[in-house]
Design a protein around this ligand. Sequence first.
Ligand SMILES: C[S@@+](CC[C@H](N)C(=O)[O-])C[C@H]1O[C@@H](n2cnc3c(N)ncnc32)[C@H](O)[C@@H]1O
Length: 281
Amino acid sequence: MPRTNEIIRKQDLEGSESQLVEDLLAKPDIHQRWIETYYNDENEAFCEQEFDYVTKILNAPKDSVILDAGCGDCTHSIRLAKRGFFVQAVDCSEAVLQLAEENVKARGSQERIHIQHGNLLGLPFEDGAFNYALCCGVLMHIPDLEKALSKLARVLRSGGRLVVSEANMYSLEAVVCRTLRRFLKRGRAVMKETPAGLEYWTTDSAGTLLTRQANMRWLIEGFRSLGFALQKRLAGQFTELYTRISSRSLKKVLFAFNNFWFIHVKIPVGALGNILILEKR
Ligand SMILES: C[S@@+](CC[C@H](N)C(=O)[O-])C[C@H]1O[C@@H](n2cnc3c(N)ncnc32)[C@H](O)[C@@H]1O
C-alpha cells in the first residue's frame, strides 16, 4: 500500500479493491464495531425522527415492499417494518446477515422482513422489481460506485423512489478534519481523490476498508444520468464526531446539535450526513 497520509491517484489502487473490501465485510468484526458505534440510545432517537421524516416524504402506501440494499443487521429494515412496510433486505456479508436474522427475530419483525444474501454489484432481483429502495451508508464502502448505481437503478421500477444516505465531502466536519490531517501530517488512512469523492482506505489486522466521503453533486449527476430526478436533498446528522470522543457530556452536546440542525436548520450543505430522495423517470 502507498504511504499513509499520501494523496494518490485512482490507478495506484486499481485492481483488487472490491475483493479487499468484501473480504473484510465477510467477517463479523467490522459489523460489530459499526453496531456498537452507531446504535446507541441517543442515535436511536435521532434515527427514529429521521425515519419518520423520510417515510413521510417517500409517501409509500402501507404494506409496500421496500428494498433495504446493504441492510447490515437490519436495524433500518426493522424501523420500516414498524412503520407498516414489508422489507426485502439484502447484504453481501453472510456474517452480518446472521446478526440480522437474530435482530429481526428478537424485534418480532420476521413476518415483514425477508432477508437475502446478495451483492449490490449484481442484485439478485428482476429489472424493475421494486417501487421503493433504501441504501443507507452502503455506497461509501463500494469501490466500483458507478456499477453499484446502475445496478440499483436497474431494480427500481419507473416512477419508483430511492433513498440514499451518504457522507458529504464538503461538510464542515469533513473539511476541518481534512485540513487538520494535512496540517498535522497525521492519519491512519490512505486518501485517494476521485471525481465521486474522497476515498479513505484503512488497513488493520482485520483487513482493508474503504470509506468514501461523497461529492454529492457527482452522486446526484450520476443518478441523473441513470434516469433519476432529485426530489429532495436533506441533512442527516450534522456531525459524527461523537464517534471519536469519550466524554459523555460532549457527546450529549453533539447529539443535541445534530437534533437542532435536523429539525430547525435542515440545510444539507454543511452537514456530514446527506440524504437524497430520488425518483426514477
Ligand atoms: C455501514 S453498514 C450500513 C448498514 C445499514 N444500511 C445501516 O445503515 O445500518 C454498510 C453495509 O453495507 C454492506 N455492503 C457493502 N458493500 C456491499 C455490496 N457490494 N453489496 C451488498 N452489501 C454491501 C455491508 O456488508 C454492510 O452491512
